[in-house]
Design a protein around this ligand. Structure first.
Ligand code: TYD
Ligand code: MG
Length: 450
C-alpha cells in the first residue's frame, strides 16, 4: 500500500504536509515529527458513523455523569468520586512503581463489570500469577496479551466489555504505521483509535503510560490533551508508600491525592497518611519541623528537613526536594533580611520526607523554622508543628482551613502549634493543643528556637 507522509507537531498536534523547524501553528521549535498514513484513509478506524446534532441548552439534562466506584477509595478520591463511564484515564509512572498492581487490584474489586485487561508486557500466565498473588479471582475478567491494535479493537468489539485496561500504551502497535511501538506517531494513533472506540461504545478505559526521564508520560504532548484524566503514580522505589496524583481531570479537582503502601500482597490504602509520613521522625534534632498542608480536602502533616552549612563555594549550593526551588530562595532571603540570621553564605538543602510535593504557602513557616533550626543548631521541639504563609516583609499571613489543619495536628499528638497571629474570625484550638500566635518571622524564630 502506498503511504503518504505528513508531519504533526508533538506540542499542539497540528498537521502539515511539509516539514519545518518551527511549527506553523503554535510556533514551537523542533516539534514536528513524521506520521505515516495509508493513502486514501486515516489509519484511525472510523467509529460508527453518527452525525452530531446540536441540542438546546435547556433540553440538556443536568444529571451528573454516571460514575462507578473502582472499589479502591483512594483511587476514587483522585478520580473525583469514582470513575466516569465512558471516560479515558491515563496512568503514568516509573517502571515498578505499581501501576499494573493497582489496576489488577481494581479488577478484583469491580463487581458486576465485564473487564478486558490487555497487556503488552506480560503473558497470560504472568497475569494469572499476579492476580493470584493479589487475591483477585475474576469472574468477568478477561485477559488478552496482545500488542496489535487491530486485534485489540476487534476483541473489544466482540467481547463488549464495560471496562478496558491497556497496559501499556507504549507497547501498542498499529501496522499501518511503519514506526516502532512507543514512537510518537504510534502512541498518538493507537491512543486515538482506542479513544474513538471507547467513546463510541461507552467503554471506560484505563491506559498505562510509561514516563520518560523528565517524569512526563513518554509520547506526544497531545496524549494528555486527548484523554479525560491524567494520573501520576509516584513514590520512591526503595520506600513502600506511593502517591497517586491527578495532573488533569475533566470530571473533578486535581488537588486530591491518594496514598498507598506497597506490601507483599499488593497495595494497601492509607486513609490517614500523616502517621505514615511522620513515622521515624528524629526527636530533638536540629533541622526539622512539621507542617500541615491541605491536599485537596484532606489535611496532611509532613516533615520538612533542612541542612544549612557554611559554604565553601563562591556561590552557595542550594537544593530543594518537595518544595518549589524559587520559593525556597525567597524564604532564604526573608530569613536573611527579616529574620536576622545570616544565611546568604550558606549551602542549603531542603527535603520533604515521603516524596510529598508541598506547593502550598502554608508550609512556609515550617520551612523557615527548619532552616533556622539547622542554622542555629537548636531543635524545634518534637511536639511543635507550624502553619502559616510568609510575606516578603517577614509577616506571617493567615491560611485557609486553619481549624481543619489544627484538628489534624492535635490528632497526631502535637502539643503546640505555631500559627499566624492575625486570623479572620475566631479560632478555637482543639483540646490539648496550645496555640503559639506569631506576627513575624523574627517572632516565630524567637519563640520556637530560643
Ligand atoms: P508493578 O505493578 O508491576 O509496576 P508497574 O506496572 O508500575 O511497572 O509493580 C511491580 C513492583 O511491585 C515490583 O517491584 C514488585 C512489587 N510488588 C509488591 O511489592 N507486592 C505485590 O503484591 C506486587 C504484585 C508487586
Ligand atoms: Mg506494569
Amino acid at each position: 500500500m502506498k503511504t503518504k507522509t505528513t508531519f504533526f507537531c508533538t506540542e499542539c498536534g497540528n498537521e502539515t504536509a511539509k516539514w519545518s523547524g518551527k511549527c506553523p501553528a503554535c510556533g514551537a521549535w523542533n516539534t514536528l515529527v513524521e506520521s505515516e498514513k495509508a493513502r486514501g484513509g486515516s489509519s484511525v478506524r472510523p467509529a460508527a458513523v453518527h452525525r452530531p446534532k446540536p441540542q438546546r441548552l435547556d433540553e440538556v439534562d443536568t444529571l451528573e455523569e454516571a460514575r462507578f466506584t473502582t472499589g479502591i477509595s483512594e483511587f476514587d478520591r483522585v478520580l473525583g468520586g469514582g470513575a466516569v463511564r465512558g471516560s479515558m484515564v491515563l496512568i503514568g509512572g516509573a517502571p515498578g512503581i505499581g501501576k499494573s498492581t493497582l489496576l489488577m487490584q481494581m479488577c478484583g474489586k469491580l463487581n458486576g463489570e465485564k473487564i478486558m485487561y490487555v497487556s503488552g508486557e506480560e503473558s497470560q500466565r504472568q497475569l494469572k500469577m499476579r492476580a493470584q498473588r493479589l487475591g483477585v479471582n475474576g469472574g468477568e475478567l478477561y485477559i488478552l496479551p496482545e500488542t496489535r491494535l487491530g486485534e485489540i479493537l476487534d476483541c473489544a468489539d466482540e467481547l463488549k466489555p464495560d471496562v478496558m485496561i491497556v497496559d501499556s500504551v507504549q507497547t501498542l502497535y498499529n501496522s499501518d504505521i511503519s514506526s516502532a511501538p512507543g514512537s510518537v506517531s504510534q502512541v498518538r494513533e493507537c491512543t486515538m483509535s482506542i479513544m474513538q472506540m471507547s467513546k463510541s461504545s461507552g467503554i471506560t478505559t484505563f491506559v498505562v503510560g510509561h514516563i520518560n526521564k523528565d517524569g512526563a508520560i513518554a509520547g506526544p504532548k497531545v496524549l494528555e490533551h486527548m484523554v479525560d484524566c491524567v494520573l501520576y503514580f509516584e513514590g520512591e522505589r526503595t520506600l513502600s508508600h506511593r502517591i497517586l496524583r491527578a495532573a488533569k481531570n475533566r470530571f473533578g479537582s486535581t488537588n486530591e491525592i491518594g496514598v498507598f503502601e506497597m506490601l507483599d500482597n499488593g497495595l494497601r490504602e492509607v486513609e490517614n497518611p500523616s502517621e505514615m509520613l511522620l513515622s521515624g521522625r528524629p526527636v530533638n534534632i536540629p533541622g526539622t519541623c512539621v507542617a500541615c498542608v491541605m491536599e485537596g480536602s484532606r489535611p496532611i502533616l509532613a516533615e520538612i528537613q533542612a541542612l544549612v552549612t557554611p559554604s565553601t563555594y563562591s556561590s552557595p549550593r542550594r537544593n530543594s526536594n518537595g518544595i518549589d526551588y524559587n520559593r525556597s530562595y525567597l524564604l532564604m532571603a526573608v530569613i536573611e533580611k527579616r529574620g536576622g540570621l545570616s544565611v546568604s553564605n550558606c549551602d542549603m538543602y531542603l527535603n520533604v520526607i515521603g516524596g510529598l510535593e508541598l506547593d502550598e504557602p502554608a508550609a512556609d513557616l515550617a520551612t523557615v523554622l527548619a532552616i533556622a533550626s539547622s542554622h542555629l543548631d537548636r531543635p524545634v521541639g518534637s511536639d511543635v508543628a507550624a502553619v502559616g504563609e510568609i510575606g516578603l516583609t517577614g509577616e506571617i499571613r493567615a491560611v485557609n482551613s486553619l481549624e481543619q489543619r489544627l484538628k489534624e495536628v492535635a490528632r497526631l499528638g502535637f502539643k503546640r502549634c505555631v500559627v499566624p497571629a492575625h486570623i479572620r474570625g475566631e479560632l478555637r484550638a482543639p483540646d490539648g493543643l496550645e496555640l503559639m500566635p506569631v506576627r513575624s518571622v523574627r517572632e516565630a524564630i524567637a519563640s520556637v528556637l530560643y
